[in-house]
Design a protein around this ligand. Structure first.
Ligand SMILES: *Cc1c(COP(=O)(O)O)cnc(C)c1O
Length: 339
């Protein structure tokens, strides 16, 4: 099966399995798991931040980060296409009592700087005062788009002026970093907190990590415990994560090359309109009346993708090789002929 549904479908590499097998373990709620401690040290180091904490998922990482920045009845500014708003079951509002102020995400994943500034609520008895702005990098739904360092820095300037924190949902921040040829420490230098996923482009089976300053991470450890994320011998998770981080450049560069190759191949078909590809996510629309039938034909030939309606997403990741891309393009050709 060539499975392009998501970069979350990866299975651990042989090296990861060995590292999981060999991992030194302890009780991480006591701070005694050496492998978790090493993952957190490495994460803080690579991002140039003071500290880091392992969480079970990106969703938990965003929730815990925002709970650490914001009290009940306070406000966060987020984009209308972002994962925090659309794909985390409303956690910040329902569990945290945090009020989302939703601004439009443009096609490049940004929110207009003037709009951000105009929507900051002051401390006032009538208002839900704004405490944090969250950005998503790369921005998934708009097409795996990269937010530049300049843009994030501009948002941070607005945050500083208004005493707000800047959080990055960096589920795929390493994709941005590799595409920009800029280390994550440089790219995210100005941000206050960031969550990244071990379980996407990095290829590990489970886990996400939050980075930030010491105070913030101490606070996040308390919230993590409260939402049930205090894990015990979590070194079995961390062991694979360490390998994912250390090998990220080679894997993600390959994923980006494969995504380009796939998009070039799909452009040949008049039935398909491919969007601009910047990272590992290839979005395209199917200009036929029966996109569902095409999806079925592909599946019968062992090609799976994100193909809900007319706009499809195919993600490249560990386990997808150049030959799989070539085969997939041929399978598209045959399947389109059969429609
Ligand atoms: C995947 C993803 C997350 C986190 O998802 P989990 O499945 O909870 O790990 C967060 N933000 C974005 C943009 C994502 O794509």
């Amino acid at each position: 099966m060539k499975d392009f549904r998501s970069d979350t479908v990866t299975l651990p590499t042989p090296e990861m399995k060995q590292a999981i097998f060999d991992a030194e373990l302890g009780d991480d709620v006591y701070g005694e798991d050496p492998t978790v401690n090493e993952l957190e040290r490495l994460s803080a180091e690579i991002f140039g931040k003071e500290d880091a904490v392992l969480v079970s998922t990106g969703t938990m990482g965003n929730l815990v980060s925002i709970l650490s920045h914001c009290q009940r009845g306070e406000q966060i500014i987020i984009g209308d296409k972002c994962h925090i708003y659309r794909a985390e079951a409303g956690g910040i509002a329902s569990l945290g009592g945090i009020v989302p102020r939703i601004l439009k995400n443009d096609d490049d994943g940004t929110m207009d700087l003037n709009e951000i500034e105009a929507n900051i609520e002051p401390k006032d008895v009538h208002r839900a005062p704004t405490k944090v702005v969250a950005l998503e990098n790369t921005a998934n739904v708009v097409g795996g788009k990269i937010l530049s360092k300049e843009y994030m820095d501009s948002v941070k300037q607005i945050c500083d002026k208004n005493e707000l924190k800047l959080h990055i949902d960096g589920a795929r921040i390493f994709n941005a970093s590799v595409a920009l040829e800029m280390p994550v420490s440089e790219l995210t230098k100005s941000v206050d907190s960031l969550t990244f996923c071990l379980s996407k482009g990095l290829g590990a089976p489970v886990g996400s990590v939050i980075v930030g300053n010491k105070n913030f991470i101490n606070n996040a450890r308390k919230w993590r415990k409260m939402v049930g994320g205090g894990m015990r011998q979590a070194g079995i998770i961390a062991a694979a994560g360490i390998i994912g981080i250390n090998n990220h450049y080679a894997q993600i560069s390959k994923d980006h090359k494969n995504a380009k190759l796939l998009s070039e191949g799909l452009k040949k078909f008049k039935e398909i309109t491919v969007e601009e590809v910047q990272t590992n996510l290839v979005f395209f629309s199917i200009n036929t009346e029966k996109p569902g039938l095409l999806a079925e034909k592909l599946k019968a030939k062992n090609v799976l993708g994100g193909n809900g309606g007319n706009r499809w997403r195919f993600a490249t990741h560990y386990g997808i090789e150049e030959q799989d891309i070539k085969d997939t393009i041929n399978i598209f050709e045959q399947s389109i002929k059969e429609l």
